[in-house]
Design a protein around this ligand. Structure first.
Ligand SMILES: Nc1nc2c(c(=O)[nH]1)N[C@H]1C(S)=C(S)[C@@H](COP(=O)(O)OP(=O)(O)OC[C@H]3O[C@@H](n4cnc5c(N)ncnc54)[C@H](O)[C@@H]3O)O[C@H]1N2
Ligand code: MOO
Length: 427
């Protein structure tokens, strides 16, 4: 019998178990919607994009010059008779006869029979008479014809994508290259998964909005803004619900209201065992707590469950800013991918050589902030960013990866291989 997410109680879960249990909170992707090409960046295809055309549509020239039909007899003509020209956007229906050629520009369809293009730079005849004048009966001489290969500088119709072929699979997240590809198929819209609307709030009497005067015991609210950025990077739509005081009733009301209008609710802070930590208790009142302890550092206390009658996934992340980022990347990002129909998408993992001793504890997965680079030996090497306190957000700024020391190891010695997760960075 498999355990449901809600049979776990106080048990401390491994990172892998927590990920598996969380996945069960998302039963199906969000509904699809039809969206215009100009608004598709970052969205996820809800169905395969099938090409209605051959790309390229016609067999065409890859260079400016002349197009000719490869001669059937072994000897090449010394001169080629220029019988016309095809500019990009134009077409020529008449076939080329033996010994004939046409002037052609890059992208222009080859005339029937033509199969080879010679670059203009390889022609002795200057081809300078503009526009083409059939009366003049120009002749073209090819310099060093022994270098010409049959079929050269020709792009075959459908060589990129053929009509009816799947150009992009359902579940593909659309970046710049994918948008260009859709456009090149002539598709002006696509069915994509609706973006998850994610309600976010911070908690804590000490937490102060940036721009306000910092009280003597205050701390500026980093988490709501980090989370907004992380959500945008995952294709979700953040809904900012501000800062909640350490007050259980206020927390219950806010969670209930957030769940009515969102696909997911995320809070930070108030999940541990402090006297003012109300997140878990509030979740148990207005929803169901699934589990809250994971063998991970940073991020051990994390309240997970479902809110309200609709069963909206709830993630109560710990308050420490680095713990927020680490738990989001390990646990929230895969859920958002699932909601967007992307199946099992986990963080990218690479292997690097530790350049220094790295500390971790057996029985717990530790994520250190790291800096990796390719060393002279051609391998990836990694070192930590230095102090690893889970409130030191500058360590996330300095890092280009997380070093993942799984629960079956106790630290790493210099020279040992470790797993790293490269971090997303804006270029
Ligand atoms: N007795 C125990 N104490 C703590 C434990 C524990 O197991 N036993 N776990 C520690 C760990 S690990 C973490 S992580 C934190 C998580 O606790 P909470 O989620 O209850 O977080 P808070 O106490 O509310 O805040 C922790 C820390 O982060 C600062 N914070 C909170 N919100 C924000 C924000 N929006 N922006 C910037 N900084 C924020 C807050 O001021 C605290 O300094 O508990 C440990 N304690
Ligand atoms: O697990 Mo907490 O995030 O380290 O400070």
């Amino acid at each position: 019998m498999t355990l449901s997410c809600f049979d776990l109680g106080e048990r401390m879960l491994t990172v892998a178990e927590a990920g598996e249990r969380l996945a069960t909170l998302i039963e199906a992707p969000l509904p699809a919607e039809r969206v215009e090409l100009s608004d598709l960046h970052g969205r996820v295809l809800a169905e395969d994009a099938v090409s209605p055309i051959d790309v390229p549509q016609n067999t065409n020239a890859a260079m400016d010059g002349i197009a000719l039909a490869w001669p059937s007899e072994p000897a090449w003509p010394g001169e080629w008779r220029l019988v016309g020209e095809v500019l990009a956007g134009g077409q020529r229906g008449e076939a080329l006869a033996a010994g004939e050629c046409v002037r052609i520009t890059t992208g222009a369809p080859l005339p029937p029979g033509a199969d080879t293009v010679i670059m203009r730079e390889q022609l002795i005849e200057a081809l300078d008479v503009q526009p083409f004048n059939e009366e003049q009966g120009e002749a073209v001489v090819i310099d060093r014809p022994e270098r010409v290969r049959r079929g050269q500088h020709v792009r075959q119709a459908g060589e990129d994508i053929s009509r009816g072929q799947r150009a992009l699979a359902a579940g593909t997240r659309l970046g710049a290259a994918e948008l260009g590809l859709l456009a090149s198929l002539g598709l002006a819209e696509a069915w994509v998964q609706r973006r998850p609307r994610v309600a976010v709030f911070s908690t804590g009497d000490e937490v102060t909005a940036p721009g306000a005067t910092l009280p003597p015991a205050g701390i500026y609210d980093a988490n709501r803004h980090t989370l907004a950025g992380l959500l945008l990077e995952q294709g979700a739509e953040p809904v900012d619900l501000g800062i909640l005081p350490d007050d259980r009733e206020a927390m219950e009301a806010a969670l209930g209201e957030a769940a009515a209008n969102a696909d997911m609710v995320i809070t930070s802070g108030g999940v541990s065992v402090g006297h003012a930590d109300f997140t878990r208790a509030a979740l148990e009142t207005v929803g169901r707590l699934a589990f809250w302890r994971i063998a991970i550092r940073p991020g051990r206390p994390m309240a997970c469950g479902l809110l309200g009658e609709r069963g909206v996934p709830f993630l109560g992340l710990p308050g420490n800013p680095v713990a927020v980022m680490v738990t989001f990347l390990q646990f929230v990002a895969p859920l958002l991918a699932r909601m967007q129909g992307r199946g099992a998408v986990g963080p990218l993992r690479l292997t690097a050589v530790a350049d220094e001793a790295l500390k971790s504890r057996l029985g717990r997965t530790d994520f250190l902030r790291g800096i990796f680079h390719t060393a002279d030996d051609g391998r990836l090497h990694v070192r930590s960013t230095g102090a690893q306190g889970s409130g030191i957000l500058s360590s996330m700024v300095a890092a280009n990866c997380l070093i993942e020391l799984a629960d079956d190891r106790e630290g790493a010695a210099p020279g040992e291989a470790v797993s790293i997760q490269p971090l997303h960075r804006l270029p």
